[in-house]
Design a protein around this ligand. Structure first.
Ligand code: GDP
Ligand code: MN
Length: 357
């Protein structure tokens, strides 16, 4: 789950990483109360989960006199389609130099990797050759000095404690990514001018995070039912049992030039209730005009599936292909309920292509 900048900064700060003085506001007028603490100028930063936020107009500088007006302007904007509801008001730093530092997992060595560049800021992605990459054993509590020297190259030594603290954040917060871009030097010292922190979704419970904000309402519901569920862009809903069968259904839709709306694996032994929830969940996507249910009856019983589909009673057309346990009874029930059950997944997907909008 991605943390917003102000949340990441508050975490970084508890680890001793210096961050600019700042306050979160939800309305333009709220800026006034914070100005006295900020000094001469402020930076207004839209708290939106969008890459390249600065370039997209999500960061505005203001003098104390124009702060309300500037805040009003920023609240009225959408940054890459995302409305601005919260703004981080920060003291303006007199930046001397911008550096880039991030820590992620290196997939090939399966260890944390520190990325560092002498030129940080909004152009970092255009010059990846300038980034140094140093792998650190996760068994180490601190980044050892010889590796720190490799990370820093000629950059000032005063950055080292910040990078080491960022490593602690990365380890203790179960992070997928901990990033400071830019990490800046000023005459008053080093600051994390921006902050990014992504917590591993599998560690949310351990981190005391109850709700994964990055999931849509439907994805959250799917999680509660224990479905493997991924939302896609198309119009054809898909329900299968087993990841393999569900994936091949997606492949077949693609093969016939259709676009799947989702991946949903109900798992083994799905009963009437589970199937009903799965069908309703997929049908609740506004784009879905037809749903392909492709199931193999093993411990899953076809008559249970049929009952679930009928009980769901959804508006999109449901086309079924199933084979196996209690198949005949399933077929009878579906026919009675006015549903199509086809002999092969090929036929089912083809039929869905006819119906889709
Ligand atoms: P991003 O676009 O979402 O990465 O936003 P950042 O928080 O990294 O800000 C983008 C750029 O704005 C930085 O690289 C800085 O150049 C500039 N910036 C941000 N905060 C300050 C500040 O306090 N003072 C000055 N002078 N520039 C800032
Ligand atoms: Mn940044």
């Amino acid at each position: 789950m991605k943390m917003l900048e102000y949340e990441a900064k508050s975490v970084f700060s508890t680890y001793g990483i210096p961050v600019p003085k700042g306050a979160l506001i939800r309305a333009p007028e709220e800026v006034t109360a914070h100005l006295p603490a900020m000094g001469d100028g402020v930076v207004l930063k839209a708290q939106v989960d969008v890459g390249g936020r600065g370039k997209a107009g999500g960061i505005l500088m203001a003098d104390n006199g124009s702060a309300i007006e500037t805040a009003r302007e920023l609240f009225s904007r959408e940054i890459k389609g995302v409305p601005v509801r919260e703004i981080l008001v920060e003291e303006r730093l007199a930046i001397e130099h911008e550096y880039y530092v991030s820590i992620a997992i290196d997939r090939s060595s399966k260890q944390p990797v520190v990325l560092f560049a002498d030129a940080g800021g909004v152009e970092i992605e255009s010059d990846v050759t300038a980034i140094r990459k140093v792998v650190v054993s996760p068994l180490l509590h601190d980044i050892p000095p010889f590796l720190m020297r490799e990370i820093l190259g000629g950059a000032p030594k005063e950055l080292a404690p910040v990078i080491n603290s960022l490593y602690h954040v990365f380890q203790e917060k179960d992070a997928m990514l901990a990033e400071i871009n830019p990490l800046v030097t000023t005459s008053r010292g080093v600051y994390a001018a921006d902050a990014k922190l992504i917590v591993d979704d599998n560690a949310l419970a351990r981190q005391g995070i109850a709700v994964n904000r990055d999931l849509s309402e439907r994805e959250r519901e799917a999680e509660q039912h224990g479905f493997s569920y991924v939302e896609l862009d198309g119009t054809i809903g898909v329900i299968g049992n087993g990841a393999g069968l569900t994936m091949s259904t997606l492949d077949l839709i693609e093969y016939y030039n259709g676009q799947a709306a989702n991946f949903l694996d109900v798992g083994g032994g799905a009963d009437q209730e589970r199937v009903k929830h799965a069908v309703r969940l997929v049908a609740s996507m506004p784009k879905v005009s037809v749903i392909v249910v492709n199931l193999l009856g093993g411990i899953t019983r076809c008559d249970e599936v049929a009952k679930g589909i009928i009980a769901a009673g959804v508006a999109p057309t449901v086309i079924v292909r199933m084979a196996g346990t209690n198949e005949a009874e399933g077929r009878r029930l579906l026919a009675e309920g006015g549903y199509k059950m086809l002999e092969s997944m090929d036929a089912a997907v083809k039929a869905a292509m006819e119906v889709r909008r």
